[in-house]
Write a protein of this length. Structure first.
Length: 261
């Protein structure tokens, strides 16, 4: 870690204010030589600030799980952020007024029935999973115009914003999630489609990566937590009035409308 505690606190506060006020800021990497350790320290402090406001940590999200986005950022590893209960969207209506430049991604959520301690394989993940469910993740960047490097997005809680889950849950047993497919619609038009193999070859491998990475940081994946395993498709831009649907082949679907302006 190269940053001192005072600088970590200062940068986390800048992100906190950007999130609160909906006003983007310049990327930290433009003025600071950040390591991944620095970025996760900033993220942790940012999450602490939101927990101080009354939020509760309810899980994690994994990002940068596709080869394309890794190549775009010049990295060869995913990243992760924390899910807070205040990020869950009630009533299928996405509040645009809370967002800066939102995008949507279709994902599988893993509801953990057991805690996981490294070393973890994807088979361990499947055994520890009580259910899987369809998810729409709304990503957003507090960094202006999405001009981000991996350290910027890690610090910004992996560019997380909001998420919605479908009403159906499924057992992971008997379903090859690497072959599970999804169609992503916006305003009735098919925007993209994908399969689970786009997520580190299998969505459960993404969760295993998370469990092992958390172990390196003296943390763990807890029973009862939800993990968003990564997008099946490239992210799609959202605007007020848009209606989006993720239609999975076997685990259900989820639809939401973007409110506000």
């Amino acid at each position: 870690m190269t940053l001192d505690r005072e600088t970590v606190d200062e940068l986390a506060e800048a992100l906190y204010i950007a999130h609160r006020d909906g006003e983007p800021i310049d990327p930290f990497t433009a003025n600071h030589d950040l390591t991944a350790e620095d970025a996760y320290a900033i993220q942790s402090r940012l999450v602490e600030r939101r927990v101080d406001d009354g939020a509760t940590t309810v899980g994690h999200k994994v990002g940068l799980t596709s080869e394309g986005i890794q190549n775009q950022l010049g990295v060869d590893t995913p990243d992760f952020g924390r899910l807070l209960d205040t990020m869950f969207v009630e009533g299928r209506r996405i509040p645009a007024t809370q967002l800066i430049e939102p995008r949507v991604e279709p994902e599988i959520g893993f509801l953990m029935g057991e805690s996981l301690t490294p070393p973890v394989t994807y088979l361990d993940v499947l055994e520890a999973t009580s259910a899987v469910l369809p998810v729409l993740e709304i990503i957003d960047s507090r960094v202006r115009d999405w001009e981000i490097g991996i350290e910027d997005t890690i610090a910004d809680n992996a560019s997380s914003a909001l998420y919605l889950t479908g009403e159906t849950t499924s057992s992971p047993e008997g379903t090859d999630l690497s072959l599970e497919s999804v169609k992503l619609y916006r305003n009735g038009v098919l925007e993209d489609s994908g399969v689970g193999a786009a997520v580190l070859d299998h969505p459960a491998r993404s969760v295993a990566w998370l469990a092992n990475r958390l172990g390196e940081m003296h943390d763990r994946l807890d029973a009862g937590h939800l993990v968003l395993s990564g997008s099946f498709t490239p992210a799609v831009d959202l605007a007020p009035g848009d209606v989006v649907t993720a239609e999975f082949a076997s685990i259900g679907s989820v639809t939401a409308r973007v409110d506000g302006s």
